[in-house]
Design a protein around this ligand. Structure first.
Ligand code: HXC
Length: 257
């Protein structure tokens, strides 16, 4: 499938997906979201791709859901359109997804970045949930994921005022994993993705699932899930190779088997 609002390329084992609707600061209309989830699912299915980087451009990761597309919709129409259901498909992607954020990541844009597994931010990045200024609230996970990322008090501050958070504050608060300089943010995200792509694809998938479980289960259940997953990986060739390579003092070559 060719995409009209995405730029997509393989960088070795890393799949790079860039939102490309610059005239609207990559606002997430139905076309962008449908193309995005389709593209992510395609990459998830391709064995040669091990990690995905999702980016925008220098000016914006995404300035939110497309306000013009929903401004005139009523309650029932929004319910029937149920556009946010599409976001569940992002959640089901098994491979690690790194959000590379430069410029605005607002509303749905911030929610999309938080739906990824970790965020690498340019020093220019600005995160925010400004929906309150539009008379609504976040709808694609902002109240939940922001709260889990930065805690109740700061999440309330962001969501009740609609203020923006700088990259450095986001790093300090734990919303982002790394901050890169203005000219290198995408390269740094790709470099990190390439490093992760050398690991066992099976272990990556299981590690991602296990970390995400931490948000959805009580501790005892999460620990049990982790333990079973750990034991399960001893059925893989990658475990044999990883441990053999350690003993032989060489780099492991993982195959995902
Ligand atoms: C539609 C948008 C848009 C958006 C920007 N644009 N954000 N169009 N939906 N979310 C368009 C503008 O209308 C404008 O188009 C062009 O992009 C450039 O934007 P400007 O406003 O001229 O740029 P600037 O002055 O630099 O201001 C940047 C900005 C501002 C601060 C990011 O655009 C802004 O506040 N945008 C809205 C942010 C927001 O409220 N996001 C939350 C949306 S609700 P024209 O044609 O005029 O040049 C949401 C709910 C999620 O996300 C629910 C779950 C999916």
């Amino acid at each position: 499938m060719s995409f009209t609002c995405l730029k997509v390329e393989d960088r070795g084992a890393v799949g790079l997906v860039q939102l490309h609707r610059p005239e609207a600061l990559n606002a997430l209309n139905v076309t962008v979201m449908e193309e995005l989830v389709t593209c992510l699912e395609q990459m998830d299915a391709r064995e040669e791709i091990r990690v995905i980087v999702l980016a925008g451009d220098d000016r914006a990761f995404a300035a939110g859901a497309d306000i013009k597309e929903m401004a005139d919709a009523g309650h029932i129409e929004m319910l029937l359109r149920n556009n946010i259901a599409r976001w569940d498909r992002v959640r089901r992607i098994g491979k690690p997804i790194i959000a590379a954020v430069s410029g605005f990541a607002l509303g749905g844009g911030c929610e999309l970045a938080m739906s990824c597994d970790l965020i690498v931010a340019s020093e220019t990045a600005q995160f925010g949930q400004p929906e309150i200024n539009l008379g609504v609230i976040p709808g694609a996970g902002g109240t939940q994921r922001m709260t889990r990322a930065v805690g109740k008090s700061v999440a309330m501050d962001m969501i009740l005022t609609g203020r923006m958070m700088s990259a450095h504050e986001a790093l300090e608060r734990g919303l982002v994993a790394r901050v890169a300089s203005k000219g290198t943010w995408l390269d740094e995200a790709l470099h990190l993705a390439s490093e992760i792509a050398t690991k066992s694809p099976l272990a990556l998938r299981v590690a991602k699932e296990a970390v995400l479980k931490a948000f959805e289960t009580p501790l005892a259940e999460g620990l049990e899930y982790e333990r079973r997953s750990f034991y399960m990986l001893f059925g893989s060739q990658d475990q044999v190779e990883g441990m053999k390579a350690f003993v032989e003092k060489r780099a492991a070559k993982f195959t995902g088997r």
